[in-house]
Write a protein that binds this ligand. Structure first.
Ligand code: PMM
Length: 294
């Protein structure tokens, strides 16, 4: 894998300009769901979830991503009111306690609206604004950053046999379409972050190739977020369950950062912050990096 200086990009977050790319940002995963694949059902109460979110910031998270619907195969569909009841108290609780940036992991505009009203700073939509036509206009109107992730099909169909002739090229082309559509709906492209959707509508070999060819996504001119944490492609390589994939996750996080990811979305915040810091030091070493940042 070629290692090259990441491009710097500026997002407006909570009204301030934030530069991405100088060092890797860590997005902590906070699933307040009964059935997420690796951490479902961990939080019996809002207080527990808020405590976990604060602990993630303490451990080095730059953003905590609060989600109320599992995307794993066969997960129950959650109605928007239920999802709002799961995520809003946690977002409010974190903001009241002075938390840093918060994102909401949802495909539903009603949930995103309630989360933004409660203090969320950005929207993470795994459907890339495809599942709810009201999402792009909402993001445009609020002016917040949004993560557009790549997937194909709906939550049920995406886990059936995915087919690609060239996974990296097709993911990049489909993300470029998502950006163009978002722009048509009035979203500022400068507020968009792109995500290849590791493990979504991709089998293990597609996901591994998407990571190896992550540098190709940089051509779209937007910051990149990657979410390899504990996913099944790691289980496929190591033959280990989700709870024992921390070293595999570390390897994947390192590959993503060295391949140009600006943000990594992870469950194990402290350990992965260390991995990212070492990768950042490698990326910023030597005369080439000094020239690129001059
Ligand atoms: N993966 C999951 C959920 N949300 N959002 C983005 N942007 N990227 C991802 O790879 C991603 C995501 C998978 O489930 P988890 O919350 O249990 O990790």
């Amino acid at each position: 894998m070629s290692q090259h200086a990441r491009k710097l990009h500026t997002l407006t977050l909570r009204g301030s300009a934030c530069v991405l790319g100088g060092r890797t940002w860590i997005m902590g995963v906070l699933n307040v769901t009964p059935d997420s694949f690796s951490d479902g059902g961990r939080f019996a109460s809002t207080d527990d979830a808020v405590r976990e979110g604060l602990a993630q910031f303490e451990a080095g998270a730059d953003v905590v991503d609060v989600g109320g619907e599992s995307t794993r195969p066969g997960a129950a569909v959650v109605d928007p009111d239920q999802e709002i009841r799961r995520v809003v108290p946690v977002i409010e609780g974190l903001r009241v306690r002075g938390a840093s940036f918060l994102s909401v992991d949802t495909t539903k505009a009603a949930v995103a609206r309630a989360a933004l009203d409660a203090g969320a700073d950005l929207v993470n939509d795994v459907s890339g604004f495809r599942y709810d036509a009201a999402m792009a206009p909402l993001v445009a109107q609020r002016g917040v950053p949004a993560v557009l992730m790549h997937l194909r099909g709906d939550f049920q169909a995406m886990h059936r046999q995915p087919a690609y002739a060239d996974v990296a090229r097709e993911v990049a082309a489909e993300l470029a379409q998502r950006v163009a559509e978002a722009e048509r709906a009035g979203v500022a492209p400068s507020q968009l972050v792109l995500d290849p959707g590791l493990g979504f509508a991709k089998d293990a070999s597609h996901t591994l190739e998407a990571i190896r060819r992550l540098p190709e996504l940089a051509a779209l001119g937007r910051p990149i977020l990657a979410g390899p944490s504990r996913k099944s492609f790691i289980g496929r390589v190591l033959d280990l369950p989700a709870g024992e994939r921390v070293f595999g996750t570390a390897a994947a996080v390192a590959a993503c950062v060295l391949g140009g990811a600006h943000i990594v979305r992870v469950h194990d915040v402290g350990p992965m912050a260390q991995v990212a810091r070492v990768c950042d030091a490698i990326l910023s070493s030597g005369p080439e990096a000094a020239r690129a940042s001059a």
